[in-house]
Ligand binder design. Structure first.
Ligand SMILES: [Ca+2]
Length: 405
């Protein structure tokens, strides 16, 4: 039994693997999703917003299907953020995720968002305006007048220090903006777990760069720099608390799950056909995911001749779940240590390379003996995870499959 759910904010650009990560988070007893903040990325922010509203409506239907009553106050806030990178030109990944970012799911009439979905989101919304039952229907999420970066800061200010974790699975524009707007409030985050970067292997959108870091390299580098002075020790934890109580910026605990550690974060078509298709639970979440997963397996085969689908964002969520027992002082890491390998690196992200924008650069001269107390970056980088365990997690939670692998 889980003693206490860790409150989390998901910053995301749904996106196929984002959708699976969001459902896995909403269906995981270890975490409580307080806010979902949206960024440009896999597709345009307009599509990302529509996808997020759709996912929340699918999940509301799922809960209704299961007879689960959720008080309106416990629903996640949905906040729209940046529609472009801090400085660079916009890029997207519609070649993989489809023009709508969700495997053309809308052409299959699975669009669950109401016709006025746009009005339910930021800039036109007021806090709590939609937080009432309408015609007996519970709203699917809470609205906010704040943009993504301000909503992140608001959530961090409202909660006790070092209690809310951020799962960042898109380009890091909103996260960097939150840091720039208020480094003191930003330093109140317990940790920031990021899917992004290619640390010791090749990239996926360029030879050196992974998509999320390439899509806003400036933002990624800013977020890495927020770790300066971080110590993953009881003394470091106390120092962060002291700085927060003095209203000063505390160094952030940033965890990166890079592309080269994510090979294990894939589901094979064989497992999917063997375990999921026969289950056929027909829950709203499973029905919706099946609609785009079949399309996605076909796309993986057409584009890459692959019979598996990488679900990096959900794999990164599992890292976060496995870290919840560690309050930030580097103790209680048994679950993490058992299932994951990692190292701490003085890592930066190249922002202005001719061939290398978005590349992760770390000091290979020193990393065995780097002292992280002298203003260098201190990023915890995951190097390997356990793929079978991940498969079991995601298939059981999202598809209610009860598989033992
Ligand atoms: Ca993503």
């Amino acid at each position: 039994m889980v003693a206490q759910r860790e409150p989390i904010i998901i910053d995301t650009d749904p996106g196929i693997d984002d959708a699976l990560a969001i459902f896995m988070a909403l269906l995981s007893p270890e975490v409580e999703v307080r806010a979902i903040t949206l960024t440009h990325g896999n597709t345009s922010l307009e599509h990302v917003k529509r996808n997020a509203v759709t996912l929340m409506h699918v999940f509301a239907e799922h809960q209704k299907h299961l007879g689960i009553e959720v008080p309106i106050d416990s629903l996640p806030v949905l906040a729209a953020g940046c529609d472009r990178p801090l400085k660079a030109d916009l890029i997207s990944a519609t070649y993989f995720h489809g023009e709508d970012g969700m495997g053309e799911v809308y052409s299959k009439n699975l669009h669950k968002a109401p016709s006025d979905w746009e009005n339910q989101l930021l800039h036109k919304a007021e806090e709590k305006v939609d937080n009432e039952y309408k015609d007996g229907e519970r709203p699917a999420f809470k609205t906010t007048p704040r943009d993504a970066a301000d909503e992140i800061l608001h959530q961090l200010r409202e909660a006790p220090p070092l209690t809310i974790s951020i799962l960042a699975v898109g380009p890091l524009t909103n996260i960097a903006l939150a840091y720039q707007r208020d480094p003191v409030a930003f330093g109140r985050a317990k940790r920031i777990v990021i899917m992004g970067g290619a640390v010791d292997g090749p990239g996926n959108v360029t030879p050196m760069a992974e998509f999320n870091f390439r899509a806003d390299a400036d933002a990624a580098d800013i977020v890495m720099s927020s770790t300066q002075g971080f110590q993953h020790t009881p003394e470091g934890y106390q120092q962060r608390l002291d700085l927060i109580s003095q209203n000063k910026p505390a160094p952030a605990h940033v965890v990166v799950v890079p592309l080269d550690a994510s090979d294990e974060g894939a589901v094979t078509k064989q497992d999917y056909e063997k375990y999921i298709i026969p289950v056929d639970k027909k829950t709203p979440v499973a029905t919706f995911c099946n609609a785009f997963l079949i399309w996605t397996f076909e796309t993986c085969f057409r584009l890459y001749n692959l019979e598996s689908l990488a679900i990096y964002d959900a794999f990164t969520l599992l890292t976060l779940i496995d870290m919840t027992a560690d309050k930030g002082d580097g103790k209680n890491t048994e679950t993490l240590d058992k299932h994951w390998s990692y190292k701490h690196l003085d890592m930066h992200v190249e922002t202005s390379g001719i061939y290398t924008t978005g590349m992760c650069v770390y000091d290979r001269r020193l990393w065995d003996e780097t002292s992280f107390d002298n203003g260098v970056n201190n990023v915890q980088v995951i190097t390997k995870g356990d793929g079978r365990r991940f498969n079991q997690y995601i298939l059981n939670r999202v598809f209610d499959a009860n598989i033992q692998l």
